[in-house]
Design a binder for this molecule. Structure first.
Ligand code: NDP
Ligand code: 2IT
Length: 444
């Protein structure tokens, strides 16, 4: 049996109850086949067997008290997946669906994404099955303090640096940071996405959405196209979606649909990101509220049908597996010619293959959404240097990083005989740096 098939079979047997993790490992390992054929030394060193096994998973109890005095117990995790090229780096997700499979998939993706940024950061992810929706600020604070009371002993500025993800934004990072500092007495750059008054970086809030558009813009230009005058559909209405809307609009496109887990809005006149920002970041309300601001818009209950809205460019920015074959078929039949993933693994394997077989330009998450973590790494640099750079400086670095990621991925795909396949290119380019570091560091 071929090396990749052997490893895939073993991973499937060992992790049979982790579907999201198996999905990402299958995609990545399949695209590494030509690399393994050219590098027999990787097989001898059992590199893939090591790569698919997290260095460490920490799972812990998170007890907290709600405003009525009732006790709650949640399950927290940190998956420290790979530290070959730098300290573990990756977000924390607070969502009721969080489990080990989802965090292992996210941690595995993060290894290659972080490598693609060109910055020295390893791969990790964490989170909790806590649901911040409908909780008061005090409840969220008590929860975050309890979560950090265990997590603090496993992280550090040169060891593991968490950040935000679904359900974890500026408010949560603030509470987590305060508790870390209180327990350890250290004013350390141990989290990113911090507020601007206590060590945060300018442009980190905007970075994932902006970066997604910088990457997409480069992919479009390389194919003789642009955002100018195009219609865009963005799923989700959180951190990534809001700033993807702002940047796509600045680049000349019109964003006509956005969603949350309850439903989607359609506004043919274009959705102003500031309205979504107010609904989601200030009021913490549902996207349906958009009708109070723009009564001529339409609201449709249920989020999955958002892909039936005709568009040129689709940017899935909500969650994993939100874009399946049915959605992909709807997009293709309406003439959509480019898809770039703001969320992590939003497109199913089958839908990805469909897009690629129909010639739709397809930018995979680990490349297209790497701007968030790249800017987190820039926040770490600023913290270490006790400096802060201007918005323009950070934004320029972010832009250059995204353009490089696009070209490095395209080049890697071509070098391994898969010209135009940006999925394979991102996997290969991200993998090679980590693999070389692992080879150099011996059997660890
Ligand atoms: P937010 O919590 O700010 O927003 C998440 C958005 O996605 C909300 O609109 C939410 O709707 C929607 N959503 C979440 N879960 C589901 C679901 N199961 N079904 C339908 N909609 C859902 O998170 P972010 O914007 O930060 O993250 C969005 C995606 O981007 C995630 O995949 C994340 O991993 C990825 N990402 C984030 C980065 C960052 O820097 N924040 C960096 C790179 C990737 P509702 O409010 O109804 O739950
Ligand atoms: O998926 C991701 O890359 C993130 N949630 C951002 C991680 C980070 O450390 O900034």
């Amino acid at each position: 049996m071929e090396y990749v098939d052997q490893v895939l079979a073993a991973v499937k047997e060992k992790n049979a109850y982790e579907p999201e993790f198996l999905q990402t490992v299958t995609e990545v390992l399949n695209s590494l086949r030509p690399v393994m054929a050219r590098h027999p030394e990787f097989q001898k060193a059992k590199l893939l067997e090591r790569l698919v096994e997290p260095e460490r998973i920490i799972s812990f109890r998170v007890p907290w008290v709600d405003d009525q005095g009732e006790y709650h117990i949640n399950r927290g995790f940190r998956v420290q997946f790979n530290s070959a090229i730098g300290p573990y780096k990756g977000g924390l997700r607070f969502h009721p669906s969080v489990n080990q499979s989802i965090l292992k998939f996210l941690g595995f993706e993060q290894i290659f994404k972080n490598s693609l940024t060109g910055l020295p950061i390893g791969g990790g992810k964490g989170g909790c099955d806590f649901d911040p929706k409908g909780k008061s600020d005090n409840e969220v604070m008590r929860f975050c303090q309890s979560f950090m009371t265990e997590l603090y002993r496993h992280i550090g500025p040169d060891c593991d640096v968490p950040a935000g993800d679904i359900g974890v934004g500026g408010r949560e990072i603030g509470y987590l940071y305060g508790q870390y500092k209180r327990i350890t007495g250290q004013y350390a750059g141990v989290l990113t996405g911090k507020g601007l008054t206590y060590g945060g970086s300018l442009a980190r809030t905007e970075a994932t959405g902006y970066g997604l558009c910088y990457y997409t813009d480069e992919m479009l230009r390389d194919n003789g196209k642009s955002f100018e005058g195009k219609t865009v559909v963005i799923s989700g209405s959180g951190n990534v979606a809001i700033y993807a809307n702002q940047k796509a609009t600045q680049l000349g496109a019109k964003v006509v649909a956005m969603s949350d887990s309850n439903g989607y809005i359609y506004d043919p006149n274009g959705i102003d990101y500031k309205v979504i920002q107010e609904i989601k970041e200030v009021k913490r309300a549902r996207i349906k509220t958009y009708l109070d601001y723009v009564p001529t818009a339409q609201y449709v209950e249920g989020c999955r049908k958002i892909w039936t809205i005709p568009c040129d460019i689709a940017l899935p920015c909500a969650t994993q597996n939100e874009l399946d074959v049915e959605g992909a078929q709807a997009l293709i039949s309406n003439g959509c010619f480019a898809v770039a993933e703001g969320a992590n693994m939003p497109t199913t394997l089958e839908a990805t293959e469909l897009f690629q077989s129909k010639g739709v330009l397809f930018g995979p998450a680990k490349a297209a959404n790497a701007g968030g973590v790249a800017t987190s790494a820039l926040e770490m640099s600023q913290n270490s240097a006790r400096m802060s750079w201007t918005f323009e400086e950070v934004d320029q670095k972010l832009h250059d990083i995204m353009v490089n990621i696009y070209h490095n991925s395209a080049k890697a795909a071509a070098e391994y005989g898969m010209e135009g396949d940006l999925v394979a290119g991102a996997n290969i380019a991200g993998f090679l740096k980590v693999a070389n570091a692992m080879m150099a560091q011996g059997l660890v």
